[in-house]
Design a protein around this ligand. Structure first.
Ligand code: PEP
Ligand code: MN
Length: 342
């Protein structure tokens, strides 16, 4: 339910509405606009009468949110959400690029790649330290040691860092290091983990599950939003289809569909969605042309010897070329890369 206050509603009237929401065991999510305050009331409120809220002083209108997801919906928040991250905004006119290896493999490796992607125009550095591998015998990541290397790479390049969190038990330790949590495709419906991330105030790059519908994705993001962590960036990373020529199938449709349904920023991951470096640049461009608010891409200085996802990793040179072309596409759709990008 959305409770729209009169433009002149007082703070006391707003507080009284919030108290009433909480009396019904719902959670309140106020948006204090310049002219008007809108208060979201979220939870199992199907039995709560709209009229009861309409009668409260200062209330102009009460609307039920028709979608099953609430805080993620455009109905709740009409304007695009723009999040200020370290050095750039996401969700506005600028299209940031997040780049780096699939996994942090060593100090030397991550420092070298961080420098290379920075020079080629990246705005943030990615690198996994806890890896969700299909085989339990495959490299599982460097853990906290890897985070120390990521932190050093940030210090040297100024790039904020994006790292996947795989378990609730990793959150406290990781929060000290990371600028943005990545929530991986395999954990998209790990509701305990989503709730725990919702308790933090660290922005989240939220990946679509490989067999998740768009509605399931938005419902899952709601677990984070309802905890009060509002900075959720959605990521289309390809879905499972009958097609085997590529690792996954990029659901390009998902980008404009998500932009219509939600105010949250949407980024494209052409690396996991194709699984092949030969197709990454094409799909990065397609994603931005379709309205993506950013790109996350795997880059490795020596893809042939990468411990994970080498086949889909761009070399720094190929990445630099991709950035140039993505810039041209962004401009063609009235967007731009982050200022100062090479
Ligand atoms: C990754 O980013 O390296 C990764 C494992 O991604 P996904 O969760 O989309 O498979
Ligand atoms: Mn990967």
């Amino acid at each position: 339910m959305m409770i729209i206050m009169h433009p002149g509603a007082s703070r006391e009237q707003i507080n009284a509405v919030i108290a009433e929401i909480e009396r019904h065991k719902l959670t309140s999510h106020p948006i204090f606009g310049v002219e008007q305050t809108i208060i979201g009331a979220v939870g199992d409120g199907h039995y709560v009468l709209k009229e009861e809220f309409e009668a409260l002083p200062g209330v102009m209108e009460v609307q039920r949110i028709s979608k099953p997801y609430k805080l993620a919906s455009r109905q709740f928040h009409e304007q695009d959400s723009v999040f200020k991250l370290d050095g750039f905004d996401i969700g506005g006119a600028e299209v940031p690029i997040i780049a780096g290896p699939c996994s942090v493999e060593s100090r030397v490796q991550i420092l070298e790649i961080a420098q290379a992607v920075k020079e080629a125009g990246a705005n943030a550095l990615r690198g996994g330290v806890f890896k969700p591998r299909t085989s339990p015998y495959a490299f599982q990541g460097l853990g906290e040691e890897g985070l120390e290397y990521m932190a050093e790479a940030r210090e040297k390049t100024g790039l904020p860092i994006v790292v996947e969190v795989m378990a609730v038990s990793q959150i406290d330790m990781m929060e000290k290091y990371v600028d943005v949590f990545q929530l991986g495709a395999r954990n998209m419906q790990n509701f305990n983990l989503l709730r725990a991330i919702g308790e933090t105030r660290t922005p989240v790059l939220f990946k679509r599950g490989m067999s998740a519908t768009i509605e399931e994705m938005l419902m899952a993001s709601e677990y984070i939003l309802s905890g009060g962590n509002t900075r959720v960036i959605l990521c289309e990373r390809g879905i499972r289809t009958f097609e085997t020529a590529t690792r996954n199938t990029t659901d390009i449709n998902a980008i404009p569909v998500l932009k219509k349904l939600t105010h949250l920023p949407v980024v494209i991951d052409p690396s996991h969605s194709t699984g092949d470096s030969a197709f990454v640049s094409s799909i990065a461009k397609a994603g931005v042309a379709a309205g993506a608010d950013g790109v996350i891409v795997e880059v490795h200085h020596d893809p042939a010897h990468a411990i994970s996802d080498g086949k889909q990793s761009l070399t720094p040179e190929a990445f630099a070329k991709m950035v140039k072309q993505v810039r041209a596409i962004a401009e063609a759709v009235d967007r731009r890369l982050v200022n100062g990008n090479s």
